[in-house]
Design a protein around this ligand. Structure first.
Ligand code: FES
Ligand SMILES: [Fe+2]
Length: 426
C-alpha cells in the first residue's frame, strides 16, 4: 500500500508537480510519425503530461510541437493552416514556425516589429523508430535522444502501435511489470481454442506461483518470475523496467518466431495514458502479418480506431465480455491480451486508491517500481539526474526459458537479455 500523499505524488503529471517535473527530464513519445505523413499536411492534437499541444510537419518535413492555443487570443491552432513553413491561426492569421516563433500577423499594420515579441511554447522533437519523441523539460538538462535498440530496427522487422487507456499511467505500468497476473488473467482454458492467450500447456501457465528475483540497475531494474515446473526444472521469464515508463519483455509470434516486445505508458494527463506497443523479430526475415502481435494483443486497426486511438472494446460495452467464452475458452471472456489488461486496469478507477491495497511478495516488482519512481522525484529535486537516462539500456532485451533447478538463471539468460541486435546499424 501507499499513503494517499505518495499516491498523489506518483500519479500527478502536470508541469510544476514533483512527478510532472521528473517526467519532463526524459524524452517522451508524443505521437506516431505516421500521424503526420506529409509536409504541410493536417495538424494533429496531442495531449501530453496534461498539456494541450498541436503537432504539424512543415514544408521542409520538420515537426513542430506547439501549445495548442494561439498566444494572441487563445484560439486552437488545430484549426490552423499548415503552410509555407509554419502553422497559421485562422482567427487573425498569426503564424508560428516549428520553434514557436511568430513569423507573420495578418491583422496588424505594424506586424514587422510586433511579431518579433511573440513566441508560443514549442518543444524539441526527434523522429525515431516511427515515433515522434518530445522533450518538455529545462533546455540545460536535455538528455541524449532515446537509443533503445527497438528504435534502430528497420520498419520491415518492427511493428509499433498505440492505444488510449483510461487510467493513470502508473496503473498501466504496474500491470506491465506484474508477472504474477499474466499466466492467470491471460490464460486459455483449452488447447483447442483459437482465441489469444497463454495455452494451458505453456510452461508459463503450468508452473506454480512465481518467486520474484529483482536486480536494481542504473536504468531501473531487471526482474524474473521463477516458477517451479517439476522436481528438476523451473520456468523463468525476465523483464526490464527502464525509467520512467518503458517495459521490455520476451515474446513469440503464433508461428514461433522469437520476438522482443515492450510497452511505454505515456501520461496524457493524470487519468489517461497513451500506451505505445512494439515488437520486433530477432531473425533475419521480415515480420509477416501473422508474426505481428496486434490481433493477439488487441492493439491493431481491427480493435483500435486509428484516428482516435480508442479501443473498440471499452468500458461502455464491457470490452465485449462473453460469459460463455469465459466459461469454456478464456479466463476473462474478453478477447485480446492487452484489451484484458486495459479492461481490468480501468475497472480499478482512473487513479486507484493505493492506500486500500493488500500487497504480497508477488507484488515485489510493483513495490520496487514505486520506490524507484519516488526516488527519481527526490533525485530531480536534489538537482541530480534520474535513472534511465544513461546508455546502459541501449541493448536490452528480455528472455524466458525452462532451466534445470540448479541453474543460475542470471548466467543462463543474461547474455540473451542484453544481446546487441543484428539490425542495429540499419
Ligand atoms: S487568436 Fe490566433 S491569431 Fe488571433
Ligand atoms: Fe497483462
Amino acid at each position: 500500500m501507499l499513503s494517499r500523499e505518495d499516491n498523489a505524488l506518483l500519479t500527478r503529471v502536470d508541469r510544476g508537480t514533483p512527478m510532472g517535473d521528473t517526467l519532463r527530464r526524459y524524452w517522451v513519445p508524443a505521437l506516431l510519425a505516421r500521424e503526420l505523413p506529409e509536409p504541410d499536411g493536417p495538424p494533429v492534437r496531442v495531449r501530453l503530461l496534461g498539456e494541450d499541444l498541436v503537432a504539424f510537419r512543415d514544408t521542409q518535413g520538420r515537426i513542430g510541437l506547439l501549445d495548442e492555443y494561439c498566444p494572441h487570443r487563445r484560439a486552437s491552432l488545430y484549426f490552423g493552416r499548415n503552410e509555407e513553413c509554419g502553422l497559421r491561426c485562422v482567427y487573425h492569421g498569426w503564424k508560428y514556425d516549428v520553434d514557436g516563433r511568430c513569423v507573420d500577423m495578418m491583422n496588424e499594420p505594424d506586424a514587422a516589429s510586433f511579431k518579433e515579441k511573440i513566441f508560443t511554447t514549442s518543444y524539441p522533437t526527434v523522429e525515431l523508430g516511427g515515433i515522434v519523441w518530445a522533450y518538455m523539460g529545462p533546455a540545460e538538462r536535455r538528455p541524449p535522444v532515446p537509443a533503445f535498440n527497438w528504435l534502430r530496427i528497420p520498419a520491415t522487422h518492427i511493428q509499433v502501435s498505440k492505444v488510449i487507456q483510461e487510467t493513470s499511467w502508473v496503473q498501466g505500468l504496474e500491470g506491465g511489470i506484474d508477472t504474477s497476473h499474466a499466466p492467470i488473467m491471460h490464460r486459455l482454458l483449452t488447447t483447442e481454442t483459437k482465441r489469444p492467450g497463454f495455452r494451458p500447456d505453456n510452461p508459463f501457465v503450468k508452473g506454480g506461483a512465481p518467486t520474484l528475483a529483482l536486480d536494481l540497475t542504473d536504468y531501473g531494474y531487471q526482474y524474473a518470475g521463477i516458477r517451479p515446473l517439476d522436481a528438476q526444472r523451473f520456468h523463468v521469464r525476465t523483464y526490464h523496467l527502464i525509467l520512467p515508463f518503458h517495459q521490455i519483455r520476451p515474446s513469440r509470434s503464433e508461428s514461433g518466431v522469437p520476438l522482443v516486445a515492450g510497452h511505454s505508458w505515456v501520461p496524457i494527463d493524470d487519468e489517461n495514458t497513451m500506451v505505445y506497443n512494439w515488437e520486433y523479430s530477432t531473425t533475419a526475415a521480415p515480420l509477416t502479418d501473422e508474426d505481428r502481435l496486434e490481433r493477439r494483443l488487441g492493439n491493431g486497426p481491427a480493435d483500435v480506431d486509428q484516428t482516435t486511438f480508442r479501443s473498440k472494446r471499452h468500458r461502455g460495452n464491457n470490452y465485449l465480455l462473453d460469459r460463455q467464452v469465459q466459461k469454456t475458452e478464456t479466463f476473462t471472456g474478453i478477447d485480446g491480451i492487452n484489451t484484458q489488461d486495459r479492461g481490468i486496469q480501468e475497472s480499478m478507477g482512473p487513479v486507484v486508491d493505493r492506500s486500500q491495497e493488500h500487497l504480497g511478495p508477488a507484488d515485489k516488482a510493483i513495490i520496487q517500481a514505486r520506490r524507484l519512481l519516488l526516488g527519481a522525484i527526490k533525485t530531480v529535486q536534489a538537482g541530480g539526474t534520474p535513472r534511465g537516462i544513461g546508455p546502459s539500456y541501449y541493448t536490452l532485451r528480455a528472455s524466458e526459458g525452462v532451466l534445470p533447478r540448479d541453474a543460475d538463471w542470471r548466467e543462463a539468460l543474461t547474455p540473451e537479455m542484453a544481446a546487441a541486435e543484428i539490425f542495429q546499424t540499419v
